[in-house]
Design a protein around this ligand. Sequence first.
Ligand code: APR
Length: 236
Amino acid sequence: MTPIDLASFQHVVFFTGAGMSAECGVPTYRGSGGIWSQYNYEAYACQRAFDADPVKVLDFHELRRSTVLACPPHAGHHHLARLQAAFAHVDVITQNIDGMFQRAGVRVAAELHGSLWRLRCARHGIRSDEERGAFLERRCADCDAWLQPDITWFEDNVDADVFARAGALVSHADLFVSVGTSGAVWPAAGFAQQARRAGARMIEINPEDNEASQLYDERVRAAASEAIPRLFPIPS
Ligand code: APR
């Protein structure tokens, strides 16, 4: 793992997935022990499931919130916050909904799949944004509709504004670092292809290979908490 000096790049984008939080104790989605091997997304993480049984889907998301709250950010999160303090040109775009970066003081430019901590009403928009396990309210105070997590579920369209913002950052990246994603979910997975086409140096941090790995010039087979501090030293 040869250290890389971020001062030699104009614009750095970190693109992260669930593996970034795995060492905190938050389960990833795929693979053994992954959330989707325990819970069928069709019953817990799509609009159809919510419309059919909002209580069950909200209970599942409450459980996820409690799980995440019990898990602290790791050394990789804290190191990224220090990198952003040292360099103005380090952006994070994330598929993660767990808010772990924000808890470590990392500035997140785009939450591609929303946030576990926000609840929205279909008519009245975001109604709550709080880091707590239990939902304070499950229904909109104005129209009594069920509030739903502000998350992009399976079969949903992504948030076009958020993706446009992320795409603009990726188009200017000369270093693109993916951390802890299987690269299996589109359109988010397309950011790696976009960065490669734009000529960015491509680094993947992931203990395991996946189908997207061939897009990367360097594949760092190590855990995020170890690889991020070792690869990107803070200037003294
Ligand atoms: N450090 C780095 N990577 C890790 C670590 C670790 N300590 N532990 C596991 N990983 C890697 C796994 O090898 C895997 O490639 O993290 C990846 C997690 O992949 P997924 O579970 O598929 O998560 P992600 O890529 O974020 O999924 C994308 O799918 O279900 C949707 O909306 C959900 O945002 C999510 C999207």
